[in-house]
Design a protein around this ligand. Structure first.
Ligand SMILES: C[S@@+](CC[C@H](N)C(=O)[O-])C[C@H]1O[C@@H](n2cnc3c(N)ncnc32)[C@H](O)[C@@H]1O
Length: 205
């Protein structure tokens, strides 16, 4: 398989990721709250990177009953995650592409945190995620918004993000609502980030 620009990007950025990203990635606590985890939830984070969100997720799981699967296509990011989480608790790490993975299990909670806007075929990634959502399950997307209230800074921020393989202008949340009609969408910090929270109805599948 040929390596993508994003995988190449993370060859270097994996080394500095944990030390730098706390400055720009926000809203994780809100996103994890929205997942409404139970102690026995089966959780999938798609584009989990180095596992920065794992402490927040694991804090809500019973290590004996809950499960956390982290999926990412960057071997370099996963190597960091594996170093920290590979042998600890109920964590499984998988190298796979979000747009075409197929797992035998279904999940009660699925999280995309700052990964969907880096995936050119994000519609396929959302479709794959919904296909892996258990009845009654919750899918949360946390990602950069469109910076609506950032005035002249907005185009600069969007342009800088594009240079870093992030496309902010696609209708991510609106599309999720077409897949899961019970989707709520909120934007925060003047459009810096958005949260889309979709639920799969318990009875309809
Ligand atoms: C900005 S990082 C976010 C990591 C983590 N979710 C966080 O909040 O710190 C984006 C991650 O998405 C992953 N990613 C991008 N495109 C992907 C794809 N098609 N399949 C799987 N992972 C992908 C990247 O490798 C990277 O680790």
């Amino acid at each position: 398989m040929s390596i993508t620009a994003v995988q190449r990007f993370y060859r270097y950025h994996a080394r500095v990721y944990d030390a730098t990203r706390w400055t720009i990635l926000h809203g994780q606590r809100r996103a994890v709250r929205a997942l409404e985890l139970r102690p026995d939830s089966r959780v999938l984070e798609i584009g989990c990177g180095t596992g920065r969100n794992f402490p927040l997720l694991l804090a809500r799981l019973d290590p004996a009953r809950g499960r956390l699967t982290g999926l990412d296509f960057s071997a370099d990011m996963l190597a960091r995650a594996r170093k920290r989480w590979g042998t600890r608790g109920p964590v499984t790490l998988l190298q796979a592409d979000a747009t075409n993975f197929a797992l035998p299990e279904r999940f009660d909670a699925i999280l995309f945190a700052y990964s969907l806007t880096m995936i050119p075929d994000w519609r396929a990634a959302l479709a794959r995620a919904v296909a892996h959502l258990a009845p009654g399950g919750t899918l949360v997307v946390l990602d950069f918004g469109r910076f609506e209230r950032w005035g002249p800074l907005a185009p600069l921020l969007r342009g800088w993000l594009r240079l870093n393989h992030v496309e902010t202008r696609a209708p991510y949340a609106e599309h999720l609502r077409t897949l899961l009609p019970e989707t709520t969408i909120t934007t925060h910090a003047g459009g810096y980030y958005f949260l889309a929270c979709g639920r799969r109805t318990p009875q309809a599948w």
